[in-house]
Design a binder for this molecule. Structure first.
Ligand SMILES: NC(=O)C1=CN([C@@H]2O[C@H](COP(=O)(O)OP(=O)(O)OC[C@H]3O[C@@H](n4cnc5c(N)ncnc54)[C@H](O)[C@@H]3O)[C@@H](O)[C@H]2O)C=CC1
Ligand SMILES: N/C(=C\C=C\C(=O)O)C(=O)O
Length: 487
């Protein structure tokens, strides 16, 4: 444990109050490798206290009208927006992402998550059918499920936490959230705003700590009937096992091995910068990032040359540098894992065209121990290489050629994941055909990461179970009942 004097020390937020913990974890600044924060190392005891608070708050909160809950969400969105700069600085320091990304994407999207669900909760309708021949009318009603367990990852900390908290409380649930132990700061900062927004004590409880300890205590708790999780596939498997004895409702948003398919009639002027971004945004630490680029043979050489040139312009810098496109990776262990894939690719005879081991990264002396690496492009790699099959979750992308539409669809679908694909072509018929055949929950054509929050978000195959979005999140966070009236 590092010296604790100047360290930022977080506390759990239970029943509307900050509560100290008797044990703490070190949290690192990814840009320097220094410990700068202490995160509560909570366990069963803290989960018990949070469950008690959430249970007590449920009758009052769930009885409020959607309009009343909506107003609270709007107030919270406004307060987050007023703190945008402070939150962006904190997110960038805690996660290693650039300040520019935190300012323009993470925090604005967190604000938008509350505004979006504050609005969408007002517009749901229920179903009604009639059976005149037996004198019956049938209709459905929905009710909040109860205490929602929300587990979020380290790559988009506040963005993904609020994407769960907002729909859960909008629908009338009370929540216990567990952010990643690697990036807990902005969740803790949000807790400071809850009372002013009018969130009653116990409606939002945030308990910090590790997955195996506090995460499992939350998942296993019999009074938490639903778990919404975003993270890795092995953790999802564990959560599924622990939930099974209780038949919990599960929403699992997992990883990807996302293909970009680039046909010879693609507009490369748009495709290249967007594919650099889709490969390396947030250090490649977004489940939607591209990591396999299939390019039609006739334009392969041209694409590769221009893509590598554009990748070399994707500036790696310290997170606080507003001109940087990429900051530091989340942790030393993760950096080593990502690098190990490049070593494996090299051993298999693949070529590294730029980045790790090819180009030189220059950093200020203070940041030499930070978790930085250059965006890396691999080619001459086989489809069955681990770099083409496994989620690397870092700034590494593979580029390979293809001949025909049928072939590329089959190769794009040949991994266990099915989250997000991009297709680049100016032939609209082909775009529809290919998009339809891809085993992918999301297909972006001639663009990437343009989000329509109303529509279903999520993956197929090992990329997850369930969808999130206006209607999908509402359905997940409520139980439906069918009522029959004989008249
Ligand atoms: N959204 C995504 O697709 C993400 C994918 N990943 C992938 O996962 C790999 C490992 O990253 P991790 O941080 O270890 O991801 P993870 O899946 O272990 O962590 C995500 C969240 O789950 C919690 N958690 C971990 N074990 C748990 C358990 N047994 N019960 C309940 N909660 C648990 C963590 O504390 C964190 O809050 C990454 O290299 C990346 O490939 C990681 C984060 C996000
Ligand atoms: N779930 C993830 C990203 C979601 C993005 C969005 O909702 O826009 C992830 O990277 O884990």
């Amino acid at each position: 444990m590092a010296g604790t004097k100047a360290l930022l020390t977080l506390e759990n937020f239970i029943n509307g109050e900050f509560v100290p913990c008797n044990s703490y974890l070190d949290s690192y600044d990814p840009s320097t490798g220094d410990v700068y924060c202490r995160v509560p190392n909570s366990g069963k005891e803290e989960i018990e206290a949070a469950v008690e608070a959430a249970r007590a708050a449920f009758p009052g909160w769930s009885a409020r009208s959607p309009q009343e809950r909506s107003q609270v969400l709007h107030r919270l969105a406004d307060l987050l927006e007023q703190s945008l700069e402070e939150l962006a600085q904190a997110e960038s320091r805690d996660q290693g992402k650039t300040i520019t990304l935190a300012r323009t994407m993470d925090i604005p999207r967190s604000v938008q998550n509350f505004r979006f669900f504050a609005s969408s909760i007002l517009h749901h309708t229920s179903e009604c059918t009639q059976m005149d021949h037996v004198g019956c009318l049938h209709y459905t009603v929905r009710a909040p499920v109860g205490i929602a367990g929300l587990i979020s990852p380290w790559n988009l900390p506040l963005y993904l936490l609020t994407w769960k908290v907002a729909p859960a409380i909008a629908a009338g649930n009370t929540v216990i959230a567990k952010p990643s132990e690697l990036t807990s700061v902005t969740a803790w900062m949000m807790c400071k705003l809850l009372e002013r927004a009018g969130v009653p004590p116990g409606v939002v409880n945030i308990v910090f700590g590790t997955g195996p300890r506090v995460g499992e205590a939350l998942v296993s708790h019999p009074e938490v009937p639903l778990i919404s999780f975003t993270g890795s596939q092995p953790t999802a498997e564990r959560i599924t096992q622990l939930s099974a004895p209780h038949c919990k409702k599960l929403s699992l948003e997992l990883g990807g091995k996302n293909p970009a398919i680039i046909f010879e009639d693609a507009n490369l002027e748009e495709c290249i910068p967007t594919t650099v971004k889709s490969s390396f945004a947030n250090q490649g630490e977004i489940c939607l990032c591209t990591s396999r680029i299939f390019v039609q043979k006739s334009i392969y050489s041209e694409f590769l040359e221009k893509f590598v040139e554009a990748t070399r312009m994707w500036k790696v810098g310290i997170p606080s540098d507003p001109s940087a496109s990429m900051g530091a990776l989340i942790s030393k262990a993760h950096l080593e894992k990502v690098r190990s894939y490049i070593t494996k690719a090299r051993t298999e005879g693949a070529r590294i065209l730029c980045g790790e081991g090819v180009d030189t990264l220059s950093l200020p002396p203070r940041n030499q121990a930070g978790y930085f690496m250059l965006p890396t492009v691999i080619t001459d790699i086989k489809d069955d290489s681990c770099c083409m099959k496994e989620e690397i979750f870092g700034p590494v992308t593979c580029v390979v050629p293809f001949d025909s539409e049928e072939e590329v669809i089959q190769r794009a679908n040949s991994v266990k994941y099915g989250l997000a694909a991009t297709v680049w072509s100016s032939n609209v018929g082909r775009i529809h055909r290919v998009a339809k055949k891809l085993q992918s929950g999301l297909v972006w054509t001639n663009c990437w990461l343009i989000r329509e929050l109303n529509l279903p978000f999520g993956g197929m195959k090992s990329s997850g179970v369930g969808r999130e979005g206006a209607k999908d999140s509402y359905e997940f966070f409520t139980e439906i009942k069918t009522i029959t009236i004989k008249h």
